[in-house]
Ligand binder design. Sequence first.
Ligand code: GLY
Length: 358
Amino acid sequence: MTQGKGVNRREVLVAIPTLAAAQAFRGLPRQEPTPVAVASSNGLKAVEEAVRRMEAGVLPVEAAVAGVSLVEEDPEDVTVGYGGLPNEDGVVQLDAAVMDGVTMRAGAVAALEGIKHPSQVALTVMRRTTRVLLVGAGAKKFALAHGFKEENLLTERARKIWLYWKENAATNDDWLPDPKAVEDPDIRWFIEKHGDSYFRPTGTIHLSAVDAQGRVGCCTTTSGLFFKLSGRVGDSPLVGCGLYCDSEVGSAGATGHGESNIIVVGAHTVVEFMRQGKTPEEACLATLERVVRATREPYLKDPQGRPKNNLILYAVNVHGEVGAASIWSGTKYAVARKGRPAELRECAYLFVRPKRSP
Ligand code: GLY
């Protein structure tokens, strides 16, 4: 039976304590100086920029995009935007999303080609459409209509690394590896940084931000899993997975193995754990424990039954407390806060990362 404006009595009874809890959460005294921004370890300059923007009065979601844009245009970061490593066909396909915790609006793009700043296109989707997610050719058409410039995103370094991977991926195909390739400084750099990786290399930047009024916003942007299947979309542009925020509680996001995160709807789960009273770090760890429980297929597990892939979660609450956690040890995250220099901190973790075998 419904009441008044079509609201179910039971829904009202359930909603009242939830609303009261949210108001009580926000009503707690601010514990740390704000603005504050938290990001993945490649986001040191991004968090600094986001805090600077928020101090100037820019909304957290816009400050987050300004911060990650610095990384998107940096060809040295092969995990995001321009210079990002391509998919298996040698094509750079980018995913990004933004969310504003004040209005609970979001915008996202996936498998976007030829546009350097997918985070800015995602922000435009949020501002200039009534929709949330645009993909592929439609996302590109939308970006071009809004004045974004089409560019070749595949740098020479990324092309050489992709070709090296392609030529060495199998021994029974038609590609012959160049025996001199390993002497190339770009290939050497890739082999030293990622060639012996215990995990399938991924990279992404997530940034969550809270301003002095307790408004929150976030952004995640990536070129995705290295040499991914053409058209593969990970967690980054999926609201609730790669990012989520609510100005009643805080903000969270993820980097790492996207498929592990999609299964537990990670960022939303972190925010809901914080709503229930967990600190940001506790909320990230509790969500990662769910990932471990949800990792059931043998091909995803190591001989001890633990996830073979890594996932890192980052969070901040409206009181300015930050935290991050990773399935495996050895990961850092970036934090910048009003009045303090940006710094890298160790993530909490569930398991000690095994040393690679010689
Ligand atoms: N977390 C980035 C990806 O899996 O694409």
